[in-house]
Design a protein around this ligand. Structure first.
Ligand code: ATP
Ligand code: MG
Length: 252
C-alpha cells in the first residue's frame, strides 16, 4: 500500500433522493494517480454516488464528508466542486440546446483555470487545443460547433465527455459507464487517455459492468457497492469473480 495522502477521502456519505435513502454510508480513499473500479448491481447507487459528489440538487447528502485535498465538496456549490478539481462524466450525458459545445467547454475550462491561478484561454488558443483533443478522441471537429450533445449519438456523447475530461485536467474524475455506447476504438481511446492522465496525477473512479474494460484499466482497487455501502473490496480477482458468479449470487 502507498502512504501518500489521499486526494479524495469520502467518509460515511449518506445520500437521499426524495424520501429514499439510496446510500447509507459510503467510505473510500482515493490516492493521487490511482484508479478504483466501482461495481454494483443495477440500482445499487453507483450513479447516485457520482451525482452526489458532483452536487446535483436532487441528490441530498444528509451525512458524511467528501474531502478533496482537505476541502469538503459537500459544503460547496456544484461549480466550486468542479473548480476544486472534481469531474463527473455522466452515464447519460444531457443535451444543452442552444449552447454551443465549444463555448460551453471553454467557459468551463476558463473557470477551472482561474481557480488554479492560470490565465484564461482566448477563443483561438482554446479551439486549437480542443481540435487537437477531439482528433485524439476520433471526434470530428465539427462537433465543437454544434449545441452541446444535441443530436449526438450515444458514443459521440461519451466522446464529448472525454474531451471535457482531457481539457479540464481534474484531480479526481468519476467516469460513470463511460464504456457503454462506445465502439472498440472509443474504448481503446478511454484506456489510453486514463493511462496518460494517471501518469500526470489524476485519480479515477470508474463505474463499469464490463470485465474486459475493467481489466484493461489495471485498477488499484475494485469495490462492490451493495445496500448503500461498500460491501466488498479487492483487486481484479473481485471483478473476475463478480463477472463469473453475478451480483445475485454474491449477495446470497
Ligand atoms: N429521482 C429519483 N426518485 C426515486 N428514486 C430514484 C431517483 N433517482 C434514482 N433513484 C433510485 O436510486 C437507486 C440508485 O440508482 P442509481 O442510478 O444510482 O443506480 P446505479 O447503481 O447507477 O445503476 P445502473 O447500474 O443501472 O446505472 C435506483 O433504485 C433508482 O431507481
Ligand atoms: Mg448508473
Amino acid at each position: 500500500m502507498t502512504t501518500t495522502t489521499p486526494v479524495l477521502q469520502v467518509r460515511d456519505l449518506r445520500v437521499e433522493i426524495g424520501e429514499r435513502t439510496v446510500l447509507q454510508s459510503v467510505s473510500l480513499d482515493v490516492q493521487p494517480g490511482s484508479l478504483i473500479v466501482l461495481m454494483g448491481a443495477n440500482g445499487s447507487g453507483k450513479s447516485t454516488f457520482g451525482m452526489a459528489l458532483a452536487g446535483h440538487p436532487n441528490y441530498h447528502v444528509t451525512a458524511g464528508q467528501a474531502l478533496l485535498n482537505g476541502k469538503d465538496l459537500v459544503q460547496l456549490p456544484a461549480h466550486e466542486r468542479a473548480r476544486a478539481g472534481f469531474f463527473l462524466s455522466f452515464q447519460s450525458p444531457p443535451d444543452i440546446p442552444g449552447v454551443k459545445n465549444n463555448l460551453f467547454i471553454r467557459t468551463a475550462l476558463n473557470a477551472v483555470r482561474e481557480s488554479r491561478g492560470e490565465t484564461p484561454l482566448d477563443a483561438f488558443d482554446f479551439l486549437n487545443s480542443a481540435k487537437q483533443g477531439a482528433k485524439e478522441l476520433g471526434m470530428p471537429a465539427a462537433m465543437l460547433g454544434r449545441p452541446v450533445n444535441e443530436g449526438f449519438s450515444g458514443g459521440e456523447r461519451k466522446r464529448n465527455e472525454l474531451l471535457q475530461l482531457t481539457l479540464l485536467q481534474p484531480r479526481v474524475a468519476l467516469l460513470d459507464e463511460i464504456d457503454s455506447g462506445l465502439d472498440v476504438d472509443g474504448v481503446r481511446a478511454v484506456v489510453e487517455l486514463v493511462q496518460r492522465m494517471r501518469a500526470q496525477g489524476t485519480a479515477f473512479i470508474v463505474v463499469s459492468h464490463y470485465l474486459q474494460m475493467i481489466e484493461s484499466l489495471q485498477p488499484d482497487q475494485v469495490l462492490r457497492l451493495d445496500q448503500g455501502r461498500i460491501a466488498e473490496s479487492g483487486d481484479l480477482a473481485l471483478a473476475r469473480s463478480i463477472a463469473e458468479t453475478g451480483f445475485a449470487r454474491a449477495n446470497a
